[in-house]
Design a protein around this ligand. Structure first.
Ligand code: GLC
Length: 544
């Protein structure tokens, strides 16, 4: 089975958000499942020379954009068993940012979509499925449908369109993009690409892909409602029979408390001592009072309205009445940057704000904190809560999207759960959940230790999700999955975790709520990154 992933960013080459983490680790997990999964992304000028020097030139051709024939090269590099292709044209991808945020992004990614399809007949790799991610790759399914259907081979290619964030849709004038690509103006209608007078890249993917996927079962359900639907809920309800949600995983080699290259000391669930030391070092690094007693609550995030900073702003002073410390890391909207800087100025030694992208500091915060706050307005999946669990840092989350699917609130009657949560987008509900967590932290050390143990035992490696994607692809291609292997006899010694984890929903969601499949997790054995992984340059960014 051959799958080509398309999208605008991918670790370790270029990253601004969680999409890059997914494209950087899901294909490798699929390769481990026996799939020939590859990735194609733009060759941005900002890609580190470490990679550029290792690239191999595959082919070159011209891409027709309006009346212009633009040169396009395809380079490749193999890393971790995955082949990555790069669409090269310095005039298009030569800026110092992945996205300009301006009108020309439309042109740049229209070029990218066309170039991907043009490359297929010239590469020694022809996919069964094009797996397109987010709006930047959204035009691929419609171009495939409209402009390549005369080619018998291309006609058979199926497409999956994955939504990582429905809010960002790629809206441009028809005149600028549609005509440039030679799309028939018959496509500029509300049931095709037109969206409130503009051409929508996202809609092109949603209307024309064989299947639609998103990054958690709950988000797959939420986006069919008006509140979460970003004005596309009608279309998503219309196509709900081909819509499904599969929870993301994390790269457990990169995020490994037992062997993390950014940490000065390490720890495991069995020996947690190092975490206390890392907390003290983090306090020193961030200029916080070096005290063990206050729980350190962190947020590592893009500073955008989605991430719930309005709630934090609303109850900051109430929160600071408790004996807590707070750390923020990330950048984004000026008003939130101002808010976290002001909070630090108001509470010196108790609040730390770092307005920057800093991968190393992010790892130290995940490891050295006690709690991790994610009060998102919506969250397609969220990776930070999964990373926090791995480092025994207890997530406090709003019950939405992937947060709802990965965090079970602490239940004192059953002594179960792996975090704390609140339901409504309401500052005082969030405050209540924080107060509850802080109360347990101060007053019941044993309970907190058990909670940390359970958090660290959760398995959110890619293996489970990769298997779910494999089933999705098999379903699309009409391949019968092999019968499941006979169940091994239960060994008395086999460790099991106490938590049932919501992982995947593979069947398309129905009109009524289909409860996500629950699977039993087992602790992941720590995997050592190779020496070469440790040296590879990674883009410096906060988590999604
Ligand atoms: C986007 C979403 C985030 C998700 C990530 C990867 O950044 O906002 O929730 O985890 O994509 O799918």
């Amino acid at each position: 089975m051959k799958i080509l992933f398309t999208g605008s960013e991918c670790v370790p080459f270029a990253k601004t958000g969680g999409l890059a983490d997914v494209l950087g680790s899901l294909p490798a997990a699929l390769v481990r499942e026996g799939v020939d999964a590859r990735v194609i992304l733009p060759k941005y000028r900002i890609i580190d020379s470490y990679w550029v020097n290792r690239m191999h030139h595959e082919c070159e051709f011209t891409v027709l954009m309006g009346s212009q024939q633009l040169w396009c090269g395809i380079d490749s590099v193999v890393d971790n068993g995955v082949t990555y292709y790069f669409v090269d044209n310095l005039a298009v991808f030569g800026g110092d940012k992945l996205y300009t945020g301006e009108e020309d992004d439309g042109f740049r990614f229209a070029f990218y979509c066309r170039a991907v399809l043009e490359a297929l007949s010239r590469l020694a790799f022809f996919p069964d499925i094009l797996h397109c991610n987010d709006w930047q790759a959204g035009l691929i399914p419609v171009l495939l449908h409209e402009q390549y259907c005369w080619d018998m081979k291309m006609r058979d290619i199926k497409s999956v369109f994955s939504i990582h964030n429905l809010r960002y849709q790629g809206l441009y004038t028809w005149h600028r993009i549609g005509s440039l690509l030679g799309l028939n103006s018959g496509y500029f209608t509300p049931d095709n690409l037109e969206f409130h007078g503009l051409l929508s890249f996202m809609k092109a993917g949603l209307v024309f892909a064989t299947r639609i996927c998103t990054v958690s079962p709950s988000y797959a359900e939420e986006i069919r409602s008006e509140y979460f639907g970003e004005r596309l809920d009608g279309l998503l309800r219309h196509r709900q029979h081909v819509l499904s949600g599969i929870l993301n995983g994390i790269d457990t080699a990169v995020y490994n408390p037992a062997d993390d290259r950014f940490l000065s000391t390490h720890f495991t669930a069995e020996n947690i001592m190092g975490k206390t030391l890392l907390k003290r070092r983090l306090q020193e690094e961030l200029g916080l009072e070096p005290r063990d007693e206050p729980p350190l609550i962190s947020m590592i995030t893009r500073l955008t309205p989605q991430k719930g900073l309005d709630l934090v702003e609303c109850v900051l002073h109430d929160l600071m009445r408790l004996d807590v410390q707070v750390a923020f890391l990330g950048n984004g909207d000026a008003r939130y940057e101002r808010f976290i800087r002001d909070a630090q100025a108001q509470y010196p030694g108790r609040v730390a704000a770092r307005v920057e992208l800093n991968e190393g500091l992010a790892h130290r915060i995940y490891a050295g904190s006690d709690m991790f706050l994610m009060p998102s307005q919506f969250e397609p999946c969220g990776l930070s809560q999964l990373i926090s669990l791995r480092y025994g840092t207890i997530p406090i989350v709003r019950e939405t999207g992937g947060l709802r699917d990965s965090i079970q609130p602490y239940n004192r009657f059953e002594d179960s759960g792996n975090g704390f949560s609140f339901r409504n987008y309401n500052a005082h509900e969030m405050l209540y959940a924080l107060e509850e967590a802080v109360e347990y932290y101060h007053c019941d050390k044993e309970m907190w230790e058990r909670l940390v143990q359970r958090a660290m035992a959760c398995d959110f490696s890619w293996t489970t999700s990769a298997k779910a994607y494999l089933r999705l692809y098999q379903d699309i291609l009409g391949i019968e999955p092999p019968p499941p292997p006979p169940k091994p006899k239960k060994s008395r010694k086999k460790p099991t975790t106490e938590i049932e984890l919501t992982a995947v929903e593979i069947a398309p969601v129905g009109a009524t709520h289909a409860s996500p499949a629950e699977i039993e997790s087992e602790p992941t054995p720590a995997k050592k990154p190779t020496a070469s992984t440790a040296k590879k340059p990674m883009p410096e960014v906060p988590q999604s």
